[in-house]
Write a protein that binds this ligand. Sequence first.
Ligand SMILES: NC(=O)c1ccc[n+]([C@@H]2O[C@H](COP(=O)([O-])OP(=O)(O)OC[C@H]3O[C@@H](n4cnc5c(N)ncnc54)[C@H](OP(=O)(O)O)[C@@H]3O)[C@@H](O)[C@H]2O)c1
Length: 292
Amino acid sequence: MQKNLNLTNKTIIITGSSSGLGLEAAKRIASLNNTVIIASRNEKRGRKVEKEIGKNSYFMQLDVSNKESMDNFVKNFNKKFSKLDILINNAGIMLHPPKKTEDGTEITFATNYLGYFYLSLKLIPNLVSSYDPKIINVSSISSYHVDKINWDYFNPIKKISSFKEKREIYAHTNLFRLMFSIELQKRFNKKSVPIKSIACHPGVAKSQLGRYFFLAKLIYALPVMASSREGVKSIIFSCINQNLNGGEFVGLDTKRQHRGNPTIVKPNPIVEIEDQRNKLWQMTSEKCGIDL
Ligand SMILES: NC(=O)c1ccc[n+]([C@@H]2O[C@H](COP(=O)([O-])OP(=O)(O)OC[C@H]3O[C@@H](n4cnc5c(N)ncnc54)[C@H](OP(=O)(O)O)[C@@H]3O)[C@@H](O)[C@H]2O)c1
């Protein structure tokens, strides 16, 4: 695990910190004397984690697939906290059964991607006045599996039901998280916004991520899998490393990047295509009704 270079006395929101990597990150970050906001959709689980971590941890309800919930979260955060140093967008689902949100958006697309975009943009005013503020977007090696973007996910009538479709949408949301992260940094630079936007991935690590599909559930619990403590290294690296300028993708230093030590890696080449990133930004901004 990395040394604590500068990660102390910070206020940090971690979405989806009631289990898996988010929970592990919350424990580690709180132990370094930072204030951690357990931003979780489930009050019972969130309160349990708050109690388990104890000092330095605060539960606040947040459903990142729901705009109203995100608006309420930001309002409540503003009432309680005077500063925000780091937002870690981590909440996510994989291979979820077919489901749509209240506004007809596919659930994985809403949770894994639209929520990252909307919450980040809503919290920019809270971050700008902090010292070395960061938005850290957790992505995945599945982002490399996309060859050509399928823009139909923006269409609310598309139903995702087969295993192949579920895998594809998960990979797309991870590519979109990454493209958003890099485009956000470009837009910050243009507008001289002093926030760093960093994407990272944990490799493949034990968690509850496989819970919606029996085989994945078994795989994500295998003893040979990296522990969530190991999986969280790239998130912690992204928080503490002062040499990051923003716009990086922090992955792992091994060929397949399943396990290893954090290092900056090359993303899927699609990420480098400016037109595609702009198109994604435009479509997302219109869908979410928010822009920078
Ligand atoms: N584990 C891996 O190997 C791996 C690899 C690559 C990327 N990732 C990414 O890492 C992130 C964390 O996943 P994990 O592996 O730690 O899985 P996990 O144990 O299932 O944790 C996911 C977390 O997200 C929360 N969540 C789901 N939907 C939410 C919503 N609508 N609003 C708020 N919170 C929500 C869950 O809350 P509940 O407790 O209420 O369900 C849970 O706390 C995900 O974004 C995933 O894509 C994981």
